[in-house]
Design a protein around this ligand. Structure first.
Ligand SMILES: *Cc1c(COP(=O)(O)O)cnc(C)c1O
Length: 425
């Protein structure tokens, strides 16, 4: 029986057998026991499947990864300690010193820094591109050493919508996979594999957890990219790994090759694991993801419409508004709604935007988004504080931009709070 996504949120992952705990148990154990030395030896050679040390794999984490894998419609998945770790592993698993990849310039600031500064120090070069350029223009950025293309379904904080089909065609015609960070949309609103993406990443810290409880990340592989067909580009997957007696991942593990390599090499060596306790919380969040996403979108659209109709508001950016330049892409790729995040500016610029925020009572000022509680941030004063107005504009962030993450409270209460704050500035 093929269940629908709402049912998957509840039932995928942990499948208890007779007499086992109904809720996912937390395997709060670093290690796992075997009867013979030989049994354990086979695990170290990747010849047998099983748990031996939580840095590599843990049953609680695996059950939650399996649920996210099912929601995305993937072939294999792994949890990581954060969204940052997920995006780093997703690229470092197929790029090494001397390699190049292409990323949208509109992505999350933390990822921008990871790609543009830290990975550059490792000898991996990233070209940031304007994701709205036509296909022919974007094709010019590919080089012989290009190994991947990266974008976000809905960008944080500018909430632009990614044109999957355009980027999938570009990536595949150049023999490289398309990696998409699907954090803001979640698989409830968009499943990138259905539009040609090969690998999906998540900061599970956001909607998947949904309650501001635990930082975490996830990588899901569709299993669709044919590494062997591009064998010379991806030697890490298509030539022997000396650290495992010459195993060739793409030959031995088929659709599981990419995730097996990321676990066996990157998790082994870098160790950015999610704690089983956090994975447990994440699983509780996932059980209501479908309900919460619907409410986030409904509330955000009501708030966006209110802001659009208010004379004190200079501009509103929310892809589900008919007036938004990304509305056509949103309708195509996100027919159930985009997400709960929107941005707007108040007439009177930076100063007035700050005054307005200080008057809010229900919405809280926090460095967080995609949470059950309505929250907001002023990038010019917070995340992008060091930049001048001119530098902010170059980064696509208006000095008056307020990033509002609409929660799942009653929409009228959220709007009333905005109204009273606007009345005071
Ligand atoms: C927050 C975020 C990240 C980083 O995730 P952490 O869990 O904070 O490490 C990556 N991508 C997007 C789109 C995000 O919103």
């Amino acid at each position: 029986m093929k269940s629908k996504i709402e049912t998957k949120c509840i039932h995928e992952g942990w499948k208890p057998e007779k007499g086992a705990a109904r809720q996912l148990p937390i395997y709060q154990s670093t290690t796992f026991k075997y009867d013979t030395s030989d049994e354990m030896g086979k695990l170290f050679d990747l010849e047998a499947e099983g748990y031996f040390y939580t840095r590599l794999q843990n049953p609680t984490n695996d059950a939650v990864a399996a649920k996210i894998c099912a929601l995305e419609g993937g072939a294999a998945a792994m949890l990581t300690s954060s969204g940052q770790a997920a995006n780093f592993y997703a690229l470092f698993n197929i790029c090494e010193a001397g390699d190049h990849f292409i990323a949208s310039s509109a992505i999350y600031g933390g990822t921008f820094n990871l790609f543009g500064v830290t990975m550059k120090k490792m000898g991996i070069e990233c070209t940031f591109v304007d994701q709205d350029l036509p296909e022919e223009e974007l094709a010019k950025y590919f080089k012989p050493n290009t190994k991947a293309v990266f974008g976000e379904t809905i960008t944080n904080p500018t909430v632009s919508v990614f044109d999957f089909e355009k980027f999938a065609r570009l990536a595949h015609s150049h023999g490289v996979p398309l990696i998409v960070d699907n954090t803001f949309a979640t698989p409830i609103n968009c499943r990138p594999f259905e539009w040609g993406a090969d690998i999906v990443t998540h900061s599970t810290t956001k909607y998947m957890d949904g309650h501001g409880v635990g930082v975490g990340g996830c990588i899901v592989d569709s299993g669709n990219f044919d590494w062997m067909a591009q064998a010379e580009k991806f030697p890490g997957l298509t030539t022997p790994d000396d650290s495992y007696h010459g195993i060739i991942y793409a030959e031995r593990f088929g659709k599981g090759a990419y995730i097996t390599k990321a676990t066996a090499q990157l998790m082994r060596d870098f160790g950015a694991i999610q704690s089983p306790q956090n994975a447990f919380y994440l699983n509780v969040g996932l059980e209501t993801l479908h309900l919460r996403m619907r409410q986030h979108c409904e509330n955000a659209l009501a708030v966006a419409k209110f802001l659009e109709g208010n004379d004190d508001v200079a501009w509103v950016n929310y892809p589900d508004l008919e007036s938004n330049p990304y509305n056509a892409l949103a309708k195509k790729y996100l027919p159930k709604g985009s997400c709960g995040v929107l941005s707007f500016g108040i007439k009177g610029g930076r100063e007035r935007s700050i005054q307005f925020m200080d008057k809010l009572k229900l919405a809280s000022i926090v460095t967080h988004v995609a949470d059950s509680k309505t929250c907001l941030l002023h990038p010019a004063s917070h995340t992008h504080r060091q930049l001048t107005d001119e530098q902010l504009r170059a980064a696509g962030i208006a000095p008056d931009l307020i990033r509002l993450s609409v929660g799942i409270e009653n929409a009228e209460d959220i709007i009333d709070d905005l109204k009273q704050a606007l009345a005071q500035v």
